[in-house]
Ligand binder design. Structure first.
Ligand code: FES
Ligand SMILES: [Fe+2]
Length: 373
C-alpha cells in the first residue's frame, strides 16, 4: 500500500498557520504556556534507559567545558586535549560548585572553578593544588561519571537509573561518515511530554492522515526484534515535477536512537536524537544529511522540501504531545496500528515499570524482558 504525502488541511495545520515563521521557530523550544500537571497527565513515567544524544560532536571543541541538563540531572561535559569526551555529574564533591559553569579543562581533566580540584573522566580527583594529600575517597572516584561515546557525529551518553553499565551499542550509520553525504542540517524542539509518547507516534497509523494530512494511512510492516524496531513504507511524494514513488524506512535501537531513510525522491537520512531532560520534558534534535549530488543542482528544491516537510510533521505532532496524557488504558480500534505491540516492546527499556495496575501494565508485566547483556 502506498501512502500519499500530499497534505490535506488538518485541524493542527490550521492551528499552526497562525504562527509567523519567526514565531514558529521560537515556539519550538519555548517553555509551555499554562503547563499541565504531570501526574494528572500520567506522564510521570520513569525515564527509559539507553544511549541518548547529549550534543553534536562539532559543538564541543577540544578544551571546552559545557553545562548540560538531561535525565533530571545537572551535568558537566568536556573534551580533553586528547580529543576524548568525558562527562560527570556537575556538582563538585568538595563544596558543591557547578563545574559546567566556569570550570575549565586542564590537560584531559576538568578543573572545578571554586578551589581548582581536578577530576578525571571517572569522577576521581587527580589533583588538589593547595593540599598535601587527596582524601582517599576523592582519589577513588567521588562523583558519578557517565559512559560516553561518539558515533554518527553525535555525542551519546548511557543513562540507566541504577547505574547499570551499557547493555548494547549505538548503531553506526554509514552515511554519516561518507564524503558523498552533506554536513548535518540541524533542527531542534523541546517537547513537553515523555519520550514514550514520541516513540509511539511511528506506529500510530491513523494520525498520519488526521495530523499530517496524508490522504491514506500507511500499512507499516513494523518488526520488533529484541531492542530494535524497523519498518518501511512505500510513499508518493509530491514534487514540483509531479509525484515520485519513494520509500520511507525507519529504525530504532533502544529508547534513544532513531533514524529515517528516504529513498526515491532525494536520498536523505534523518538522524533523531531524542533525549529526556526530565520525565515530562524531552529534547528533540533532527539532523539531516543528504547525498551531495541530490542536494545540489536541479534536485536541490526537492531536497529542501523533504527536510521542510519532516520538520513540519514534528511541529504538528508537538501540538498534541505538549498536552497529551498517557492513556495506559487507551481505548483502541481497528486501524490504529500496532500500538499495544509497541508498548510491550518499549517496556523492556524501563528499569522499573509503572505500578498503576491497569490493563496495559498487566499486559506489559507479563511480557517484560531485558535486553541480553
Ligand atoms: S567546590 Fe569544587 S573545588 Fe571546591
Ligand atoms: Fe507524527
Amino acid at each position: 500500500m502506498n501512502v500519499d504525502m500530499s497534505a490535506a488541511n488538518t485541524a493542527v495545520r490550521q492551528h499552526l498557520a497562525k504562527f509567523s515563521p519567526e514565531e514558529l521557530l521560537r515556539w519550538r523550544t519555548a517553555p509551555l504556556d499554562r503547563p499541565l500537571d504531570a501526574a494528572a497527565r500520567r506522564i510521570d513515567l520513569p525515564m527509559p534507559f539507553g544511549w541518548f544524544v547529549v550534543s553534536y560532536s562539532d559543538e564541543l571543541a577540544k578544551g571546552e567545558v559545557k553545562p548540560l541538563r538531561y535525565f533530571g540531572k545537572e551535568l558537566a561535559i568536556w573534551r580533553g586535549e586528547d580529543g576524548v569526551v568525558r562527562m560527570v555529574d556537575a556538582y563538585c564533591r568538595h563544596l558543591g560548585s557547578h563545574m559546567g559553569h566556569a570550570g575549565r579543562v586542564q590537560g584531559n581533566d576538568l578543573e572545578c572553578p571554586f578551589h581548582a580540584w581536578h577530576y578525571d573522566g571517572n569522577g576521581a580527583v587527580t589533583k588538589i593544588p593547595y593540599s598535601k594529600a587527596i582524601p582517599p575517597q576523592a582519589r577513588r572516584g567521588c562523583i558519578p561519571a557517565w559512559h560516553v561515546v561518539e558515533r554518527n557525529r553525535f555525542i551519546w551518553a548511557w543513562y540507566h537509573p541504577h547505574g547499570v553499565a551499557p547493555m548494547f551499542e549505538v548503531e553506526m550509520l554509514a552515511e554519516t561518515s561518507s564524503p558523498d553525504w552533506a554536513d548535518y542540517e540541524k533542527h531542534e524542539w523541546i517537547v513537553h511530554g515523555p519520550l514514550q509518547n514520541l516513540a509511539e507516534n511511528g506506529v500510530d497509523a491513523a494520525h498520519f492522515r488526521y495530523i499530517h494530512g496524508t490522504t491514506n494511512m500507511p500499512a507499516y510492516d513494523v518488526k520488533f526484534e529484541g531492542i530494535r524496531r524497523v519498518a518501511s513504507v512505500d510513499a508518493k511524494m509530491p514534487t514540483p515535477r509531479g509525484e515520485v514513488d519513494g520509500t520511507i524506512s525507519y529504525g530504532t535501537v533502544g529508547a534513544g536512537q532513531a533514524w529515517t531513510r528516504f529513498t526515491g525522491i532525494c536520498e536523505t537520512l534523518m538522524v533523531a536524537g531524542i533525549t529526556p531532560i526530565a520525565p515530562d520534558c524531552t529534547h528533540v534534535r533532527f539532523a539531516f544529511t543528504q547525498l551531495k549530488s541530490a542536494a545540489q543542482g536541479p534536485t536541490a528544491g526537492v531536497a529542501r522540501g523533504v527536510i521542510k516537510d519532516i520538520c513540519r510533521q514534528l511541529d504538528q505532532d508537538k501540538v498534541v504531545w505538549d498536552r497529551q496524557m498517557y492513556r495506559t488504558d487507551a481505548l483502541l480500534c481497528d486501524g490504529d496500528g500496532p500500538i499495544l505491540d509497541f508498548r510491550r516492546y518499549y517496556r523492556q527499556f524501563y528499569a522499573e515499570l509503572p505500578q498503576d495496575g491497569d490493563a496495559d501494565s498487566k499486559i506489559v508485566k507479563r511480557t517484560f524482558s531485558r535486553p541480553a547483556k
